[in-house]
Ligand binder design. Sequence first.
Ligand code: ATP
Length: 296
Amino acid sequence: MRVLVIGSANLDLVYEVERLPAPGETVLAAGSASYAGGKGNNQAVAAVRAGADTRFIAALGRDDAGDRLAAEARAAGITLLDRRVDASTGTAAILVDRRGENSIVVDSGANARLTDLSAAEREAVAAADVLVLQLETPLDTVAEAVRVARAAGTRVVLNAAPAAPVPPPVLRGADVLIVNEHEAAALAGPGADPMTALTAHGCAVVITLGAGGALVGSPGEDPVPVLSYTVDAVDTTGAGDTFVGAFAAALSGDGVEALVAATGFATAAAAISVQRKGAVPSIPTLEEVREFRDAR
Ligand code: ATP
């Protein structure tokens, strides 16, 4: 399976604090660490660990953070097609208190410069079996990538996260829309049944339900529930990204059965990830997912 991810890459700066600071207040951190992050990066790692031949188009700054993210992506086995731009690499400052509550500030930085796909980037879209997109990339780029993919017969998996309005032509251009419950409700609009409203765009829809698993819908068909695995969750950070990357890597064949099969695989990968701390470090390999499923 050839998966192409177009999306964000950030350096996550995580600070452990006793409590989140009030406006105007300074608090001392008990510790801090930095990790590769961003939805695009995390989903590319999830796809490559799930066994897909994975390419990743990302915009990075000409800085140490950009060098580090590029090196880590390549070390993970991803073919990185990076653009270096005159902006700082994206960063996220994440403050986590002792109850697990967090406050996050994201500076998109270089990610906002991922505009106007080059000829080589369009070729990469056309050469992929599955294109994975999220909404941390400029919407015009998402729309352009969808158009190129459709013309080339590349399947589009759109993870409409973080929650934001998506123009109907982009939704119509997606083969599979993956959203969590909040994103589904926001996209569907007030009072609408999310699955009915979203499949009306003509795309298949997977709504993830946290510990409740996922709901798989296709236009005109009854939704199929896919149960999650019962596990002791210690940190759900990155569960959604693990799900999306694993889903894309496992998506082969047509029809509801293929969607349910990929969702089952993604549900297992995500169930492993929530038992481990962090985002990228928690993403399992194909072998780990197979062993986990065999043991159930
Ligand atoms: P996050 O923002 O935490 O990365 P999300 O809000 O995008 O996640 P969720 O629906 O919370 O998405 O989780 C994605 C998938 O991860 C679920 O469909 C499920 O398969 C798995 N998952 C999440 N939480 C749990 C849990 N407590 N136990 C088992 N599986 C879980």
